[in-house]
Design a protein around this ligand. Structure first.
Ligand SMILES: Cc1cc2nc3c(=O)[nH]c(=O)nc-3n(C[C@H](O)[C@H](O)[C@H](O)COP(=O)(O)O)c2cc1C
Length: 324
């Protein structure tokens, strides 16, 4: 098929793409139609200079949005061939999607697509029930299908070691006033199309917590409502750590998150140990893995919750100007 995507196809797919997660729900992406291809770009106006000076988080978010876009196009019967970072002179463009041969979506594409609207970051305590082996295997397969690895951190001493690295990274970040100012700036106590609603922020952290929670102004914790004592922690990683690897990691992250949602699991993300270079290196060494950790996740059975808001599609599209 040589004809390109149309504006209605772009709009429909972007409505799903924007459901992807992003640091502080900044939604740092733009989408456009260019020579019949859909292009995804980092939006430099929605960066977090103190929290994400290298642009790692924005590329992860754009990669996750790209995965949703791929699913949406496939489920609509118009799957895409993807080229990552197609223009060396314009590194903000993370991907270009052109139509591939039309085909029916696979059952996996259909079930992952159906999970897009149900997924959300669940920062509340999970039930203590263990995640079954079959679901753990599916999460690893999801990462591998997108050329990444997923390490499940098993056993009290391994989880404690990771938690120590995460807590020290959290302390380092919280000592930086510019980082704290950005975090606070993106907390929303009133309805808003971006930022983290205080209601989604999870409970306030307490000294007995194993893993550090980023403070998003969550509510006080009811007595006896501590976090699960043995969380399932998963680390997603890539063989390399180029900007392209980070876009790959974003796609894998979203595939893991949607696979978890499809399996009835909840996930919250913890990126403090990724954002502090020394912590990331300590994490890499403790895992004994070749490559680079890109995200830490807590996985388990959570209580129901709600998806957080997104900006309208029109605000993230760059459409060609049609001459009057
Ligand atoms: C790169 C990246 C890093 C993130 N880091 C954290 C984190 O450290 N703590 C946290 O609670 N959520 C983290 N999140 C989740 C975002 O806050 C969340 O995706 C966003 O608020 C939108 O909410 P949703 O996931 O419920 O759609 C991260 C997300 C991304 C993509």
């Amino acid at each position: 098929m040589t004809t390109g995507y149309t504006v209605p196809q772009l709009r429909a797919a972007v409505a799903d793409a924007v459901r992807a997660p992003s640091l502080h729900n900044t939604q740092p992406w733009r989408f456009r139609l260019h020579d019949g291809g859909i292009e995804v770009a980092v939006d430099p106006l929605r960066g977090l200079p103190a929290t994400d000076p290298s642009g790692w988080g924005a590329r992860i978010a754009c990669g996750a949005a790209l995965f949703n876009l791929r699913l949406a196009l496939a489920v609509a019967g118009t799957p895409a061939t993807v080229r990552l970072r197609p223009y060396p002179g314009d590194p903000d463009v993370v991907a270009r999607l052109v139509p591939d041969v039309p085909r029916r979506p696979t059952p996996t594409e259909q079930s992952l697509y159906a999970a897009i609207a149900r997924r959300f970051s669940n920062r509340a305590p999970f039930w203590p029930d263990p995640v079954p082996a079959e679901a753990r295997w599916r999460l690893g397969e999801a990462a591998r299908a997108e050329q990444c690895w997923l390490e499940l951190v098993i056993g009290t001493s391994a989880v404690n070691a990771l938690a120590e690295v995460a807590r020290s990274a959290h302390r380092v970040l919280e000592r930086d006033p510019a980082y704290v100012a950005e975090r606070v700036e993106w907390i929303r106590s009133e309805p808003s199309p971006d930022g983290v609603p205080a209601a989604a922020g999870g409970p306030q952290s307490e000294p007995q917590d194993l893993l550090p929670q980023r403070g998003f102004g969550g509510r006080n914790r009811a007595p006896g409502r501590d976090f699960e004592p043995e969380p399932l922690v998963a680390v997603l990683g890539t063989p390399g750590n180029t900007a392209t690897d980070q876009v790959v990691a974003g796609q894998a992250l979203q595939r893991v998150l949607l696979t978890a949602t499809d399996a009835g699991l909840s996930v919250s993300m913890l990126s403090q140990p990724i954002e502090v270079p020394a912590a990331r290196e300590a994490l890499r060494l403790s895992l004994g893995r070749f490559g680079t950790p890109q995200m830490v996740m807590r996985v388990g059975y959570g209580q129901p919750g709600r998806a957080t808001p997104r900006r309208p599609v029109d605000q993230v599209l760059d459409l060609p100007v049609v001459p009057a």
